[in-house]
Design a binder for this molecule. Sequence first.
Ligand SMILES: [Cu+2]
Length: 324
Amino acid sequence: MTNILIALVVILTIAALVQLVRVNELLSEITDKDTNAVTDDDNKKNGILFLLTIPLFMGFVVWQMVTWDHLLLPPASSIHGAEIDSLMKVSMTLILVVFFILTPMLFFFAYKYRGKKGNTAYFFSHNNKLEIIWTVVPTIILTVLIVYGLKTWDRAMNTNFSDATVIEIYSKQFDWTARYSGLDKVLGKSNYRLVKGKNVLGVDMLDKNSSDDMVVKEVHLPVNKPVLLMFRSRDVIHSAFLPHFRVQMNCVPGLSTQFAFTPTKTTAQMKESEGDDFEYVLLCNKICGSAHFNMQMKFIIESEEDYNKWISSQKTLQNTLTLK
Ligand SMILES: [Cu+2]
């Protein structure tokens, strides 16, 4: 029923528009005037509308920035994240300065140089000085930004993780599972063919590195210690996203990807500044299916002492898979 009503409204609107055009044509025949001709008066009205757009539009932009500022992420909780934040700040400042100068100019010129009978445009074919300025200035600014961006990217992706805690992050529709590499810091081999019963990650228990691995549903990490996350996917492409640490990496079936970073603030510290219900969370940032929105896992950053207490209370795979 609703669809029929919508179709009816669309048809009637089109019919009304056609009739309006027809009326316009008849009018111009009766009065012998071209009703479509643009007059000075029309140009002036449009020019004033352009002028009014400047305070209204710019005011709306500023209002949005102030009103929705609290929805932005808090400052990064990782070493490389702070550098990414600085890069973002520099880029946004440049963009906003240019935006706030150029946009009012655009609308003001539309008003100032509006059409007027008898007005002709000033003609010049070439200006070397202008061309040099609008080529050289953006080139320098963009080169600086790109080199700065590449260096930040390089430092974020090429960290020293030789003494990092190694954790596998395993994704499937629609949840995450983590596997700690245990005392040997080496993850046991795995194969999707071995996924069966309790062995949800398909860990190869014949590999000697597997026995001390620990499978958990909540990741704990010591603060200020590097961690290396190794991603795997069982079914489709997922994207591991840890917004507070500025970490994101695709999880691709059949391909191993990784990301190393160092958390700098504990969950308790974040609760102090962001409120009691704050939690670090790992989200999926690739629309991977119907329950994609609910694909998340808690990350807890704590003191080394608390972390050691927690990790020593976890069961190894040797205990959970082989004893039964
Ligand atoms: Cu997903």
